[in-house]
Design a protein around this ligand. Sequence first.
Ligand SMILES: CC1(C)Nc2nc(N)[nH]c(=O)c2N=C1O
Length: 161
Amino acid sequence: MERVYIGLGSNLAEPVSQLRGALAALGELPGTRLAAVSSLYTSDPLGPPDQPRYVNAVAALDTELAPLELLDALQAIELAQGRVRKDERWGPRTLDLDILLFGQHRLDDPRLQVPHYHMHARAFVLYPLAEIAEDLQLPDGRPLQALLAACPFEGLERLPD
Ligand SMILES: CC1(C)Nc2nc(N)[nH]c(=O)c2N=C1O
């Protein structure tokens, strides 16, 4: 079993429902247990500003799936919930499921880089992640708390449960 952290994001088609549906689907994956889920957070879009605010969360999974098997399963959930893969780069999306961390592994496959390349400076990833894994140390040895200290919370809003 590996402990995996998944970043969830949506800013189209009822984002809160998109994330709730995705969390239910994650819990149904073969050989996988949904171990923890952060609160939902809203934030302005990073990137092109002319799109709706995002809703983000982070989930912890314990899974027997191999990294690329998990990636395929996540992409199937995105498609099932209406994501159109031609999404413009950094444009709005119905559902994004990103593998942030896969145990302490570092992966550099054309389809999958882990740790997620952008996670280190994104408040909408770091704060929900810290909520469910406050003592986490990244594969490169950096404590999550050090990344948080360098990444202001500003603009992030925690939704009530
Ligand atoms: C377009 C881009 C970079 N901006 C985002 N901005 C926010 N706030 N949240 C996201 O999940 C998100 N995802 C993206 O892919």
